[in-house]
Write a protein that binds this ligand. Sequence first.
Ligand code: NAP
Ligand code: ZN
Length: 347
Amino acid sequence: MSSTVPAYAAPAEGAPLVPTTIQRRDVGPRDVRIDVTYAGICHSDIHTVQGDWGPQTYPLTPGHEIFGHVAEVGSEVTTHQVGDRVGVGCMVNSCGECRNCVRGEQQFCLEGAVFTYGDTDRDGTITQGGYATSVVVDAGFVLSVPEGIDAEQAAPLLCAGVTTYNPLKHWGAGPGKQVAVVGLGGLGHMAVKLAHAMGAEVTVLSQSLKKQEDGLALGADHYYATSDPATFETLAGRFDIIINTVSADLDIPAFVGLLDIGGAMSNVGAAPNPMSVSSGQLAGHKSVTGSLIGGIPVTQEMLDFCAAHGIGAEVEVIPADKINEAYERVLASDVRYRFVIDATTLG
Ligand code: NAP
Ligand code: ZN
C-alpha cells in the first residue's frame, strides 16, 4: 500500500526534469508524513542527475532541503505532532545502533546511512527526494523548525546550513578567529551568515567582485577576488579556518598558503578530482580536511542557532516549471543565493 503524489523527476541522466508522480509508503508506526511547502535546490541535486557521482536509478526525484508541516504521525511517534513545522535534510534513515549513529553522526552510519534520494531504503525501494508534495520519513530524521525562521528561508538550512555550520563549529569559529569562505553560492552565503553570527571575522573569496555588496550585507568583513593574484599575496598566512564551498577543482596549495600556523581548510564542495598538496605546503601544522553535512543533533542545534540569531537563507522562490532554468543558473554561478521550489506548483 502506498500513495501517489505529484513530483518532478529526471527521467534519465542529464535529462531535464519533468512533472510526474511518485509513490510514498503508508505511514508506519515510527514514520511521519510531511506535506512539503518548500524544497531547496542544492548543487548536489545537479551533480547527481548529471551523472557526476556515478549511475543512478531513474526516474529520480532529487531534493534534500525539505520544509513542510506534519500531516500524519505513526502510532509510536512522540516527537512530532500534526501541524508541526518540520524539515528533512540529506538523510532519512540509518541503523541507529553503530558507534557513529550512537554518537549522533548518522551520516557516517557503519551500515550505511539512507540518503534522501537515489539510495536504497531499508525496504529495498529507491528513495525519492523532496521535489514532491509529500514525504514519509522515519521520525528520527525529522527536524523541528523553530517559529523564528521563515518557511521559505528554512528549507536550505537542512543541507546548506548544516554543511557549513558543522565544520565552522568543529574548527572553533568564534570571536578572534579569521574565517574565509571560498565561493559565494548556496553553501557559501550560509557560511558567511553563520561564521559572522558565531563572532568570527569573515572574508569572502569569490571569483570576482561582482557580489561584493551582497557579501558585506550578509555579514562578511572583507571581500576579495581570487582571479586577482594579489589576493593571495595580501592574505598570505591570514586565516584560522577556510571553508571551501566550490563545486569545481581549485588550486588547493594556493589556498593553503592563506592559512595561519595550525589553520584548517575544510573542503565541503564536491570537486571532481582528488586534491594534491605537498607535506612542505602543510608545514606549520596546517590541515586540509573535509566535512559531510551533519548528524541529526548538530542539524537541530544549527536550526536553533539560526532561530536565536534571526538567520535564514537568502532565497529566490520559483515555480516547479522553472527548475531546469534554475539548474542552468546554478551552473553559471548565477544564484542569489538559493533557489527554493514552491511545492504548491508541483502538481
Ligand atoms: P553553488 O550554489 O553552485 O555555489 C558554488 C559556488 O562556487 C558558486 O556560487 C561560485 O561562487 C563558486 N564556483 C563555482 N564554480 C567555480 C569555479 N569553476 N571556480 C571557482 N569557484 C567556482 O553550490 P552549492 O549548492 O553551494 O554547493 C557547493 C558544492 O558543495 C557542490 O559541489 C555540492 O555538491 C557540495 N555540497 C557538499 C556537501 C557536503 O556535505 N560536503 C553538502 C552540500 C553540497 P563565486 O561566484 O562566489 O565564485
Ligand atoms: Zn545539498
